[in-house]
Design a protein around this ligand. Structure first.
Ligand code: ANZ
Length: 799
């Protein structure tokens, strides 16, 4: 019978499901390994671009099982969010119905690809059993002062009627609908992630198995800067204006000051300016620009007509307003040092302001470290020492202090939409803001799918404290909250008394291997790390970092572009599975390139994999037919050589699976099958060496092609599932290449005899020959102009 995936794949998918192979008893001790793929947003349909991530995870999981690990591999759904809501509104069905339909389809697709998840632990963040714990966690943060309400300028999309996070604003427009975003001041809920800025930054040092790139992105996002706050007296105001600088050592070179146009002291500063109205008009125009437009507008400013005193040089310096100074960062005011800062330099050139050198080292603007000059007590000191010394002086004089600042802002979690977890707070005319008590959770979403403030039956409630009429908070939570702790819920998916069991979490956390797209390098990972630290501080879990090892798989492209539904260049998982089979698709997705790199989909490559599987099938089940083939063997392979190849392959494939290098592992398996073919064609017996090689090949291939694997395993007469079979081991002494003596000649004259490995390539043989002292002497500095090489026997270097 020829290899036919249609005959076998569904059969084994059913077997695995019935045997519940991936179900694991979390309380049972064992060599735990928690592996996790980022839970998907249930958009409805998987294409092979998504497949790469999940197949990689499944291959690793199946490998770990065979290695004897107690491996946990759960799956769930990041099921809340705006797309579901929009899709539902467009189609006129309830977001829940749409979401659950998509979940069912994607779950079917996972099974169709032979992916083994522990479905007994499935979660969906849109279910009250799940989001009730979001609400509980919100209350924990609230109790700890980490959830607060504040007025904030927010990005508002007039079309979607919602607040958008900065990253949802692309070029000043709403990420979803393209409408121009406006700024509005609104009362919003925030999580105080800035309280953890230091620990989030420091913690990165310990994540040695995270890609460096991701850590750099997180560091930049947190943006820790060490420097000083310094007060500059402004006599017309009768007080000082505080600036933040990372280079206090350059203070003698501060020849002017620049304030953000929104700075609260600006009004008083320009109150009596003759051109006040003009300045105010300019301020208004800057205010209406978003951060990006402001950057693109180029450096622009207005002179306030007032002066501050540089506390060190004691000179009066003009106070300017500048569009490049942001109110949200530092103190919203800077000392401008045009000699040593690029932006200040450009500004000074533009408005003809004085530029002064206070650091020696190079041409102005000189922004690097150097030696302080013309700088009082710090003159002559190298920059790092100068910074330390001047900060001491600033603190001694009581005009400022050492300061650490962060770019990171608090996390705005309010969303004015329906399809999210309601924020569990009630507003009572008597008692003010009252958190919903734990026993009254979950605050369940109403059936009616409209923004919550429009749903009267939801809004009107009783105060949990006094029982009088009150109103519910109508904001829902950012869905990033759902994904900030779901990995903990997997250890207690059905617990109705707590979000997770601490003891189980302590056993299973941190996640050993986390895989997903690099698009989550910043927010999702940072928020998850933040939650973990808060829960750690609350004594609920020991680990303070959620993910030990992080892997970002590359994207699949077709026709040069990343696969996506909207571009219409996707390859459907269903079509592929029914045409070439899930196993061929799985191997191809792994063979296509290094897993971290972007790759181009190529149908011809897929056909090559189908041929490989057909060959393996015949090698394992119909070896006679290969032995009888006319083609001559590519090399002599006896039983010893076959055993050696098998041992070497076990070693290499194991090593490469450990490092997720599935593409090279496939190449080794192809090599092994070629050697096995040569063995048969050269008349090799079907003896113990052969039987061993067959079983090893089937096992090594199993993580990647489990359907054909199980079928061959069964047909070989083996008992039990291959999924449960132990990983092959090998005797390292079997893997050693035997040595041969290579005769080395120079111009036909014997010069040396070298012990080398068998099967050396010509290039390696030349290298070995040139390493010989005698050969080099005979060549006398001349390179070989010609090489004659007889493998395993002789090499002749002709000068
Ligand atoms: C004087 C100076 C001299 C500066 C010099 C730099 C070099 P990071 O490292 O990103 O934190 N700055 C401070 N607040 C600002 C604001 N609200 N908007 C725009 N720029 C601001 O940058 C800190 C530096 O950026 C500070 O150090 C300040 O310029 C500027 F040779 O002060 B510096």
């Amino acid at each position: 019978m020829p290899y036919d995936p249609k005959q076998i794949e569904e059969k084994w998918q059913r077997e695995w499901a019935e045997a519940r192979v991936a179900e694991i008893d979390l309380a049972k001790p064992g060599d735990k390994y928690y592996m996790l793929n980022m839970f998907p947003y249930p958009s409805g349909d998987l294409h092979v671009g998504h497949g790469r991530n999940y197949i990689l995870g499944d291959a690793l999981y199946r490998y770990l099982r065979m290695r004897g690990h107690a491996a946990l591999n759960p799956m769930g759904w990041d099921a809340f969010g705006l797309p579901a809501e929009n899709a539902a509104i467009n189609r006129g069905i309830h977001p829940r119905q749409w979401t659950l339909g998509n979940i069912a389809n994607m779950k079917r697709q996972f099974m169709r690809w032979g992916i083994l998840y522990d479905w007994s632990k499935e979660i969906a963040s849109c279910e009250p059993e799940y989001y009730r714990w979001n609400q509980w966690l919100f209350l924990q943060l609230y109790k700890r002062g980490l959830a607060y309400r504040g007025k904030a300028p927010v990005n508002w999309c007039p079309s979607d009627q919602t607040v958008l996070a900065n990253e949802q604003v692309i070029d000043g427009r709403c990420e979803r609908c393209g409408t121009e975003v406006v700024q509005r001041e609104l009362e919003q809920w925030f999580f105080k992630i800035t309280a953890y800025a230091d620990r989030l930054d420091d913690g990165l040092d310990k994540l040695e198995h995270w890609p460096e790139k991701v850590k750099v992105m997180q560091r930049n996002w947190i943006g820790r800067s060490i420097g000083a706050d310094v007060d500059f007296p402004v006599s017309p105001l009768g007080k000082s204006i505080r600036i933040f600088t990372t280079r206090p050592d350059t203070i003698y070179g501060a020849t002017f000051m620049v304030m953000a146009p929104e700075h609260p002291d600006v009004r008083a500063l320009i109150a009596d300016a003759p051109d006040r109205e003009q300045i105010e008009r300019w301020i208004e125009s800057v205010r209406n620009q978003n951060a990006l437009e402001r950057q693109e507008a180029g450096k622009e400013g207005r002179f306030t007509g007032k002066y501050a005193i540089n506390p060190f040089s004691e000179e009066p310096i003009p106070i300017w307003l500048g569009n490049f100074v942001l109110m949200q960062y530092g103190t919203g005011a800077i000392m401008a040092v045009p000699g040593h800062d690029q932006r200040d330099f450009e500004f000074a050139k533009q408005y003809d302001l004085p530029i002064r050198r206070v650091v020696d080292g190079g041409e102005l603007p000189f922004v690097d470290n150097g030696i302080s000059v013309n700088s009082g007590v710090i003159t002559g000191l190298p920059t790092p020492k100068a910074i330390e010394r001047i900060i001491e002086e600033i603190e001694r004089r009581g005009i400022g202090k050492r300061m650490v600042r962060y770019r990171l802002r608090d996390w705005l979690i309010s969303r004015q939409r329906y399809w999210g977890a309601p924020i569990p707070v009630v507003y009572c005319p008597e008692d003010g803001m009252v958190p919903v008590p734990r026993e009254q959770l979950p605050v369940v979403l109403p059936e009616e799918y409209r923004p919550l403030q429009e749903v009267e039956s939801f809004v009107n409630t009783k105060c949990p404290k006094c029982g009088r009429d009150a109103r519910r908070e109508t904001d829902t939570m950012d869905t990033f909250i759902d994904s900030s702790w779901y990995f903990l819920r997997y250890v207690s998916p059905h617990d109705t008394t707590q979000p997770f069991d601490s003891e189980l979490a302590n056993h299973w956390m941190p996640v050993d291997q986390y895989t997903g797209g690099v698009e989550h390098a910043i927010l999702h990972l940072l928020y998850s790390r933040f939650f973990m630290k808060v829960l750690h501080d609350a004594g609920l879990v020991e680990a303070a970092e959620p993910f030990m090892r992080l892997f970002n798989q590359g994207m699949v492209k077709r026709f040069g572009q990343v696969m996506s539904k909207s571009l219409g260049n996707g390859v459907s998982i269903d079509e592929l599975a029914s045409a070439q089979g899930a196993d061929a698709g799985r191997i191809y997705e792994m063979f296509i390139g290094p897993p971290e790199e972007d790759v181009e989909w190529n149908d011809a490559g897929l056909n090559g994999v189908v041929k490989f599987l057909q060959r393996v099938w015949r090698l394992v089940l119909e070896p006679e037919s290969i032995a009888a083939e006319s083609g001559s063997p590519g090399a002599d392979v006896d039983a010893v050589a076959l055993r050696r190849k098998v041992a070497q392959t076990v070693g290499k494939v194991t090593e490469h699976y450990d490092e997720l290098r599935f593409n090279t592992a496939v190449a080794f398996l192809m090599e092994l099958s070629n050697t096995m073919q040569d063995y048969l064609r050269g008349g090799g017996a079907r003896d113990a060496a052969w039987d061993g090689s067959v079983r090893t090949l089937v096992k090594l291939l199993n993580p990647l092609a489990p359907h054909i694997g199980e079928e061959m395993w069964e047909r070989l007469g083996e008992k039990g599932l291959l999924a449960d079979a132990p990983w092959p081991t090998f005797d390292p002494s079997d893997a050693v290449e035997p040595k041969v003596v290579l005769v080395v000649q120079v111009g036909g004259k014997l010069r040396d005899r070298l012990e080398v490995e068998t099967g050396l390539s010509e290039a390696d043989a030349v290298k070995a020959a040139l390493a010989s002292e005698k050969v080099r002497a005979a060549l006398d500095g001349r390179g070989p102009s010609k090489v004659i090489y007889v493998q395993d026997r002789l090499i002749n270097l002709v000068p």
